[in-house]
Write a protein that binds this ligand. Sequence first.
Ligand code: NA7
Length: 293
Amino acid sequence: MRIAFLGLGIMGRPMAANLVKAGHEVSVWSRTAGKAVDGARSATSPADAARGAEVVWMCVSDTKAVESVLFGPQGVEESLAEGMTVVDSSTISPSATRKFAERVAARGVRYVDAPMTGSKVAAEAGTLIFIVGGDEAVIESLKPLFAAMGKVFFRIGETGKGQSAKLVMNLQIALIYEGFAEGLTLATKLGVDVEKLMPVIQASMIRSGVVDYKAPFVLKRDFTPNFPLRLMHKDIRLTLEAAKEVRVKLPALETVEEIYEMASEDGHQDLDYAATLTLLEKWAGVEVKGASA
Ligand code: NA7
């Protein structure tokens, strides 16, 4: 297929590379000049990349970035042609997604939201999990592309539902992790050795994917970003906005948002979101340490 891939960040670049590897004809564009992918044509603008493409796939930071790539100067809109499909793998606002979809639909273009879960490692290995919203037949036609970049995709419903489901997922990840971080902080303050506590956690119903994944990093005090705090913070804000639009109150997430705000003020926005622990430690006057730290 002829694909325009827009946004060569931590996730986007390996995704585009996997499309090339799968034999697709790929044009790439990223806001910062000089980013390239072997075997892909480097385009000068989103409009240039999208010209003649069957599918335009985006993976940029946030709602504003998607809007600018689509509808800004030299945006994708200039090159839209009937029958084209626009796919967005960024995590952005569900309601903005529906508006963007309506605007391109007026030009005969289909829109699929396909945010993903999985780290940089999964993007490189082509084992991402896509959470998808859009027309069933259109999504079916994208199967080879999902297969090139991911291990599985789930269709949740019509356009916008992929983003909604993604926010619901990240809400739970953020809260589960904060529970774990508060537990370790209190344990340390109460004089409980966290290395002795871990096997109890793992033998109990607290055991979870989040704890399995994060515990080794936290116990080593390794906060290098697997998923940067700034991006989880963005997703928490998006979730609170989406909840407000439908008059749902999320008191726990509101509190966690404040913790992210203060962790950012402490300069931790580019560390992993696990670094929210350091704020709890500061308040408690302790440092959580495993044997390996
Ligand atoms: P990164 O590594 O921060 O990359 C973000 C990408 O978005 C990168 O290619 C940026 O371009 C691009 N970007 C940011 N702002 C803009 C604007 N205003 N216009 C155009 N392009 C922009 O994020 P990830 O790859 O980890 O994640 C991407 C999305 O997936 C995000 O929504 C996550 O929550 C999930 P540049 O680097 O300047 O070329």
